[in-house]
Design a protein around this ligand. Structure first.
Ligand code: PMV
Length: 328
């Protein structure tokens, strides 16, 4: 057999974050999370299953792919092969439109695109929910890159119930994620390590206890397009994740000196009337969230700050979809 398919997916930024797992192998999260897909940042992936291939051949263009990354891809192909009860090997070629050095994780967009391309190529027709469940098992946050726009991923005790769905379409709210790149080197501590050591922080349970309220606030703020309510909730939520990381053992400090300078600058800009809020993932880069009307102003303000190496701008994006532009 020979069959080929190509899919394109955006990475996402979490406003309520996934931190800690109930089940490491199935990647079941401890809590619901809420995110937005980031257009135009994207990963495009072509998969071809063929008897010609003696083993899986995985190539990520323009990047130094680590062995651990290709073995995660192979494991994901294996999962999909098992569903179809076949053993045919595949060739996978993948390309990111954003620099790998940007610190924007490509595992969410990568595993979302891989899941759609591989299932299509193998002849498996999946619903959005099924794709999200499969993508989740490659990378947790990939489950959120499957549906369009603003998305919530459900925490559940069984695999079939833990998937992401759209809470509002991508054109619902014209907001921006202005990503200030502070460090271009790889993360000092992987999020995988962070997920594993949550229980060593005395603050983890306090974070979980508050999340129910945070999720409700962020969901409502998105639906009602209440930017102030949204900004205040997502900022407090990001700080709470970093407090857990800093107080776990060994302590993880994702922030660099320039991260803190930017946080302080954002607080000052707000006092001056510029409505911009931040969120920060498992790294030093700062995601500045504002309404579209303030994009230029925020970019100008960042441009004069010390320690910002590059700026990327993203807006709400669609979910994973098929493409005719095969990479080989
Ligand atoms: O998908 P992972 O294992 O890299 O974990 C992602 C963790 C955060 O980016 C910090 C939060 C999130 O929900 O994306």
């Amino acid at each position: 057999m020979t069959s080929k398919a190509t899919a394109i997916a955006h990475p996402n930024i979490a406003f309520v974050k996934y931190w800690g797992r109930l089940d490491d192998k199935l990647r079941l999260p401890m809590n619901n999370s809420i995110s937005m897909n980031l257009d135009p940042l994207s990963t495009i992936t072509t998969v071809e299953f063929s008897d010609v291939y003696k083993k899986d051949d995985i190539q990520v263009l323009d990047s130094q792919t680590k062995k651990s990354d290709t073995s995660r891809v192979t494991a994901h192909l294996e999962l999909i092969r098992k569903l179809m009860k076949i053993v045919t090997k595949a060739r996978v070629v993948s390309k990111n439109t954003f620099p790998q050095s940007s610190g924007v994780g490509s595992s969410a967009s990568g595993f979302a695109a891989l899941t759609l391309a591989a299932t299509k190529a193998i002849g498996l027709d999946c619903s959005e929910k099924e794709l999200s469940i499969l993508a989740r098992q490659g990378s947790g946050s990939a489950s959120r890159s499957v549906p369009t726009g603003f998305v919530e991923w459900i925490a559940a005790a069984s695999s079939n119930e833990s998937f992401a769905y759209t809470i509002a379409p991508y054109n619902h709210w014209d907001i921006r994620d202005i990503i200030a790149i502070i460090e271009t080197s790889p993360k000092r501590v992987s999020s995988t390590k962070g997920h594993l050591q949550i229980n060593t922080s005395a603050f983890y349970n306090a974070r979980l206890a508050k999340l129910h309220q945070t999720l409700a606030e962020v969901r409502t703020a998105i639906l009602e397009k209440n930017f102030r309510m949204f900004g205040e909730a997502i900022e407090a939520e990001a700080i709470s994740l970093h407090v857990v990381a800093m107080t776990s053992k060994p302590a993880i400090f994702y922030w660099a000196p320039a991260t803190l300078r930017l946080i302080q600058a954002i607080q000052n800009w707000r006092l001056g009337g510029l409505e911009v809020y931040f969120t920060i993932d498992a790294g030093p880069n700062v995601h500045l969230i504002c309404e579209a009307k303030n994009e230029q102003k925020v970019k100008q303000m960042i441009a004069v700050l010390d320690g910002v190496r590059e700026v990327l701008v993203a807006q709400p994006g669609e979910g994973v979809k098929l493409s005719e532009n095969h990479l080989f």
